[in-house]
Design a protein around this ligand. Structure first.
Ligand code: AKG
Length: 264
């Protein structure tokens, strides 16, 4: 399966509509890939908390519709990263109306999965203050028949989520992020840790540039189920193009059957 990881860079000077058009253009340049991945909250701004209300959309709003068009255009599955979702007719258990929601479109532009970020980042501010937490583990079939599992950024720090995903059959973890430069070494380490401990392919798509006063860390990466980094981006805007053989997951689990020795 050929995967394109679009490590988008943005700053505060770009309007959402312009950024959406630019991101769609980048997706449309990835013809020949089976799966194209964008980062977390690239349209609303990962750290731009003050704009989230105003930039919130439905899962069939302008941003996702434009990504669906791009997916159809190149005939590839597109993980459109995440949006600030406001369904309009739903309030969560904490009385809020927003979620950090990832959306995946198939090659015909149909929505095939949505995932609401379970672990909210912000230490009381940001996501926990403004958003509801997702509750569901979400998996989907990827174009090569492997089982993809969805999570977002800060989720990466919670290994039990990934254990729940492998227990449901996951072989590929797809993780969009807006992870800051200040802790980029944690990101790099945890991508490899999740790959190795769960014997899964990991596709991590981070953000680049500086917005809302926060420098993003880049270093998107694709990691094999034995923890080998198959491709890694630098700090700036970059597209990784990686051929991934997901049958290596079964082989890694057979060669070193550590998961079979779990006691809990
Ligand atoms: O865990 C971190 O250090 C960063 C997480 C984050 O930026 C996010 O979840 O948006």
């Amino acid at each position: 399966m050929r995967i394109a990881v679009i490590q988008l860079a943005y700053d505060d000077s770009e309007f959402v509509a312009e950024r959406t058009e630019r991101a769609a253009g980048l997706v449309e340049q990835q013809r020949g890939h089976d799966l194209v991945v964008l980062p977390e909250l690239w349209s609303a701004g990962g750290f731009d908390y003050r704009s989230w209300e105003e930039r919130a959309q439905q899962v069939d709003g302008d941003v996702v519709q434009r990504m669906a068009q791009a997916a159809r255009e190149i005939g590839a599955m597109v993980h459109a990263g995440s949006i600030v979702e406001r369904p309009g007719d739903e309030t969560g258990p904490e009385g809020k109306e927003l979620w950090n929601t990832s959306v995946v479109l198939d090659a015909s532009g149909e929505r095939v999965a949505t995932y609401r970020k379970i672990h909210r980042f912000g230490f009381g501010g940001g996501e926990p203050k403004l958003m509801e937490a997702g509750e569901d583990v979400v998996l989907l079939d990827l174009p090569d028949g492997s089982r993809g599992a969805l999570s977002t950024c800060y989720d990466l720090r919670f290994p039990e989520l990934y254990r729940a995903q492998i227990d449901q059959g996951a072989t590929v973890f797809v993780i969009p992020a807006a992870w800051p430069m200040a802790r980029v070494e944690h990101w790099r380490l945890l991508l490899r840790a999740r790959a190795l401990e769960d014997q899964c392919v990991v596709v991590g798509c981070n953000t680049a540039g500086t917005h809302a006063g926060t420098e993003m860390g880049g270093h998107s990466a694709v990691v094999s189920p034995t923890g080998e980094v198959l491709a890694e981006a630098g700090a700036g805007e970059e597209v990784l193009s990686v051929e991934v053989d997901t049958s290596t997951v079964a082989k890694a689990r057979e060669d070193f059957p550590v998961l079979a020795d779990r006691r809990m």
